[in-house]
Write a protein that binds this ligand. Sequence first.
Ligand code: NAD
Length: 497
Amino acid sequence: MKTIEHFVDGKLFSGDSKRTGKVFNPATGEQSAEVRLASTKDVNEAVSNAQKMFWEWSNKPPLHRARIMFKFKDLVEKNSDALTKIIVSEHGKVYEDAKGSLTRGLEVVEFACGIPQMLKGEFTENVGSNVDSWSIRQPLGVCAGITPFNFPAMVPMWMFPMAIACGNTFVLKPSEKDPSCSMMLAELLKEAGLPDGVFNVVNGDKEAVDALINNKDVVAMSFVGSTPIAKYIYENCAKNEKRVQALGGAKNHCVVMPDCDLDQAVNGLMGAAYGSAGERCMAQSVAVAVGGIGDSLVKSLAKKVETLKVGPGMDKQSEMGPLVTKEHLAKVKNYVDIGEKEGAKLIVDGRNFKLQGYENGYYIGGCLFDHVKKDMKIYKEEIFGPVLSVIRAKDFDEALNLVNDHEFGNGVSIFTRDGDSGRTFSNKAKIGMVGINIPIPVPMAFHSFGGWKRSLFGDQHMHGPEGVRFYTKLKTVTSRWPSGLRTDPEFVMPTMK
Ligand code: NAD
C-alpha cells in the first residue's frame, strides 16, 4: 500500500508519528493509499523550517517571487492532466469538473504573478515641509492553511500563491481524505525554483491542526471547511494572537422569479445543485420558487434529475460522480430520510441508485424535494450532497427574507428578466457573493472570494486584493533629511507647517 508522506524543507518527510489514515477511490470504494497523520512534533518541524526560510524569502524582490510564480503556472498547465486525475481518483468528481476547478486555482497563480504591482505602496511628498511619507505592505512570517476535501487543488491555491508571492513562507494541512494533489503541487513549486522550506505540506487531522494553532511561529491562519470547525479555528487562533480568516459552510439559495427564462433557471440549477454531487460550498441546495412558478419549475427539474448520468469521474458520459466517502454517503442518505419524515415531498429519490460493476462505490442519484418548509432540518442544515430543496414563496419580499434569515451567507442567485428585481436583490441580500442570472457566482481571482454571516469568520475574503491585505501588514514611514538646519526640541504634537 502506497504511503503519502509530508513535504518539508523541499523533500518527503515521514515524521515520527505512527498514526495513518486511509485514502479511498470513491468510484470503486477501494483503498488507494494510506496517509501519514502528523504529530505535534512533525508539525513543529515543518513550521521551524518555514520560519528559518522567512527572512531570506521575504527579502527577495517581488519580481523574483513573481518569476517563480510564472514558472509554477507553466508547470501546473503542463501537468494539468495528471493533477486532474489525482483529484478524480481521491475526490470522485468528474474529470472536466475537476479540470475546471484546477483552472480556477491557476487563475489565482496568474493574479499572484502581478505581485510587484500590488506591493507598490503609496507615497506622499511633503506631508509637512520637507517631510515625506510612504506606506508599504510587508509580509507576516509563517502562514498556515487548512483546507477541505471538496477542492483539493483550488482551495489550497486560493491561499499559498498569494501568501508566498507576498513574501511569506507557508505550511499547508490539506484534507486527509484527498491529500495527494497538495503533494504534487509542492513538487511543482520546487521544480519552479521555490527555495526549500518556503512551502511545506503536513498531512494530518485534528492533532496537526491544533499543533498549527498552538505554534507561536505561525502568525496567520487561513481555513476553509465546515462552520463548526471554522468557528473553532477562528476562536483559538484569535486566542493565540494570530491573524485569521476562516471560511465555513453554506446553504445557497437560488431565487426563481415568475418572469425568468425558465429553461435558463432550470439548467443553471441542475449544474449548481448536482455538479460535483453537490459537494461545493457554492452549490445551490435551495430553489425558492416565487409566485406561481413552483409547479412548472419542479416538473422541469424532476425530468432532468431523473435522467442525470451518474457514474465514475473518469467516464466521459458521467455528469455526476460518487460522494467522497462511505460515511458521507450515509450522512446524505440520512438527510433524505429526515426530509421525508419532516413531511417534505420527495419528488425524485436517488437513495437506491446502483451502478453495475461499481457496487462498492459511494454513489447516490440526484434527489429533489418539493414543499420544503423553513423550520425543517433539511432546509436549515448543509447537506453537502446532490439534494435540492424547493421552497415556495408568495413574492419577492418573502424570498429575500428567506435568504437573509438563513444562518449562512456564502452565495445566492436570482433568475429574473426584470432589472429592478435583480438590482434590488443584489443590493439587499445579506450574502457575500451574488449572481444575477448566474447560478454559481464564484468571483474571479482578481476579485475576492468570501461569504457573510456564519460562512466566514474574520474580516478578509480570500485571494485577489483581499488576499494581498490578509498576507501583508501595513507600515507607514515618515522621513525628513534636515539640510544643515538643526531644530530645537518640540514638546507639542507635530502638525503640518
Ligand atoms: P471539515 O470542516 O470537516 O474539514 C476541513 C479541515 O478541517 C480538514 O483539513 C480537516 O482535517 C480539518 N478538521 C476536521 N475536523 C477537525 C477538528 N475537529 N479539529 C480541527 N480540524 C479539523 O470540512 P470538509 O468536510 O473537509 O469540507 C466540507 C465543508 O467545507 C463544507 O461545510 C463546505 O461548505 C465547506 N467549504 C466551504 C468553502 C467556503 O469557501 N466557504 C469552500 C469549500 C468548502
